[in-house]
Write a protein that binds this ligand. Structure first.
Ligand SMILES: [Zn+2]
Length: 471
């Protein structure tokens, strides 16, 4: 795990310039950054390459890979109903899609993934064990957030002026918290690159007792918290129905929001909500592709940034994206907001986007002191980009090309905790040809119409959202 990258281009933090230097890594830690360093361990040729900190894919659901490209254009609430109707997962599929998610993340600049992991009912710990095995094999830094809820799917849609009866969820709140605690005891091992997050899916499908239980487990085991928050207009309406206040206000009142809490989406927030996120130092995970795909809206990212809220990027699951290309998420997540504010001084620059993706991601996982920048003393979670790649030519501003361009196969090398996991553009820790074969063989060309569950709830959804008579 000792190496020295020679003559590599790195950005100078306080300016728009770059410098050519050497970077030395010993025992997984960056030990020196200076030109002409003595070579320790393997010498890596950094010439015509750009070195950046690894990014964080700060919100995804790996097993959705099996449904990418297949779900028709539907808003979240109906999209989710459609997702529920696919054949149940099995452990083999969980394993393969975790591998696939990790590989795509690594090959688009990510060295950390947050997997809000869908659990196979009654095989919850096995599901988590399978994902842990996949992430260990690939060697990506993984935060596994077992996706838990204690209310049934229909409870996630506002009632409006109708009377809705929601069936009970199949597992009690207490049992769900017990599953989570067992997972923490068994798998939470940050030093080894695997962490567990306490991750109730969101206000739409979780009781206060579940949120409170997660807060307690977070305190007991020193974990970060993760949830979806106010992704859609329907969820904002539901929050008012359930609590008589906004979802952000309610979570603040529960004590759920802190500098250890990261919240995916945050599309439908008031100015006061934004102030609360800033005050509690919560992190917003921006998933622009998913928000566009599901018509959820444009998250007020420029307002978050002006208020001092930490923002990072996620791909979200591959059936609402429908890929795991982190560079694509960073690009869209930066320039999308130029349409929301005429004041171009507020727009996100490529350098700021890179910082959000790396340091912002690290901050949301309480890892700011350890990863997220190329700094002496930090862990070597690093990515080396090939600046002679056709998609990064001709030579202009390297980070501008990376963020605003359409980079293809530009990751030359990547290290996680000082261990090399990508070399010469290929993930070296798993057999990619075999992964391709397995993904191919475990699936088939398919296209589906609307599922039975969508048919069941669509009329109510249309009514309550004011979409008029269902045709
Ligand atoms: Zn999600």
């Amino acid at each position: 795990m000792n190496f020295t990258i020679q003559n590599v281009l790195i950005p100078i933090p306080t300016s728009d310039d770059y410098t050519t230097t050497d970077v030395q890594v010993i025992d997984g830690i960056i030990t020196a950054i200076a030109p002409g360093l003595e070579v320790v361990g393997e010498a890596i040729n950094g010439q015509n390459k750009l070195l950046l900190p690894g990014f964080v894919n700060a919100h995804t659901h790996s097993s959705e890979m099996w449904q990418r490209g297949i779900i028709p254009p539907l808003p979240l609430e109906l999209w989710l109903a459609q997702l529920y109707d696919f054949a149940p997962l099995d452990a083999e599929k969980v394993y393969l899609s975790a591998l696939g998610t990790a590989v795509e993340t690594l090959l688009t600049g990510g060295t950390t993934v947050v997997d809000h992991l869908v659990l196979i009912p009654d095989q919850e710990l096995e599901t988590i064990a399978t994902a842990v095995r996949a992430y260990r094999e690939v060697g990506i830094r993984a935060f596994i957030a077992p996706l838990i809820q204690d209310q049934s799917l229909n409870a996630g849609i506002p009632s409006g002026d109708t009377q809705q009866n929601h069936e009970a969820f199949f597992r009690s709140t207490q049992e769900t918290l017990e599953v989570l605690e067992a997972a923490i005891k068994q798998f939470h091992d940050p030093e080894d690159g695997i962490s567990i997050l306490a991750a109730p899916t969101g206000i739409q499908l979780c009781s206060d007792a579940l949120f409170t239980g997660c807060i307690e487990l977070g305190e007991k085991y020193n974990l970060c918290l993760h949830s979806h928050l106010l992704e859609t207009k329907a969820q904002a309406m539901l929050a008012q129905e359930k609590y008589g206040c906004t979802g952000v206000e309610h979570l603040r009142n529960l004590g759920y929001l802190s500098d250890r809490t990261s919240l995916a989406h945050c599309v439908h927030l008031t100015d006061n909500d934004i102030a609360i996120l800033a005050e509690t130092q919560s992190t917003v995970v921006h998933n622009p592709l998913s928000n566009l795909r599901l018509g959820s809206g444009i998250a007020p990212i420029l307002k978050f940034r002006q208020a001092g809220v930490n923002v990072s990027f996620g791909c979200d699951g591959a059936s609402s994206n429908d890929s795991q290309d982190l560079l694509e998420a960073i690009k869209i997540g930066s320039i999308l907001h130029n349409t929301t504010d005429l004041e171009y001084e507020h727009w996100i620059t490529p350098r700021q986007a890179v910082e959000m993706a790396a340091l912002g991601g690290a901050r949301g996982l309480n890892m700011e002191q350890e990863i997220g920048s190329v700094t002496v003393g930090k862990k070597a979670d690093l990515v080396l980009y090939d600046l002679s790649n056709l998609s990064l030519l001709p030579r202009t501003d390297p980070i501008g090309l990376l963020v605003l361009g359409r980079p293809v196969n530009v990751v030359d090398s990547a290290w996680v905790n000082g261990k090399q996991v990508v070399r010469d553009g290929t993930v070296t820790t798993v057999d990619i040809q075999e992964l391709r074969t397995e993904l191919f063989q475990h699936s088939q060309w398919d296209s589906k119409g609307k599922s039975a569950t969508v048919e069941e709830i669509e009329a109510h959804y249309r009514y309550v959202m004011g979409l008029g008579i269902f045709k």
